[in-house]
Design a protein around this ligand. Sequence first.
Ligand SMILES: [Zn+2]
Length: 249
Amino acid sequence: MFDFMILVLGMIIGSFLTVCIYRLPQNQSIVTLPSHCLHCNTKLKAWDLIPILSYLLLRGKCRYCGKPYSSRYAVVELITGLLFLWSYQIVGWSPDLLKVFIFTAFLIVITFIDYDHQLILDKVLLWFAGVGVAINLGSGYPHIADMIIAALAGGGLLLFVAVLTRGGMGGGDIKFVAVLGLWLGVKLVIVALLLAFIIGGIGGALLLLFKVKGRKDFIPFGPFLAVGAFISILYGSKLVWWYLLTIAK
Ligand SMILES: [Zn+2]
């Protein structure tokens, strides 16, 4: 029962995230403008905004003008719902669950904006950093020194990779990792980075193999960082222990 409630909560949050993903790069307000159809501008009623369900019932078309909506809305809603459910399965009821939910929501917004525009917005990163620092100071961990070292080390490492690959990483990626450091602390940001490089390597190869991207196309690294960060906040501590107890023994 709780599973279902968490899934629905995630999809409702996901519905708000699609608005953020669409409007933030265009400098539109995410709070004051009511939701409206992008084709006919009709203001959408609460009934039209029920995640997934309204999309399925209306077969992905606007009720008023009949033009198709992007399936993006339903995709982001579903992904958010499933990631929230996954987090709940691992973290359970605890104050950390709220932290993971907020972390995940920011990761989704950053991932989709980066995918669409090859851009990680400074204003999103600033909010992401501010909220993370506030939560960590409130809960007392990671400790403030840990946060600062992680931000500098993570950002520094990516700066190094950026210089090495001559622009394979953008400035946005470097700042993104620094903020992930603030959220995760040293150990978990290292896990996140390692995972991002592994998944990015495999993912990049697959994109080339299936010709989704050409050899000269730019593949944004932000989404891979986001995946690494999500796995790290859920499993990072376990991975570090597993490493210390088996590989480094
Ligand atoms: Zn319409």
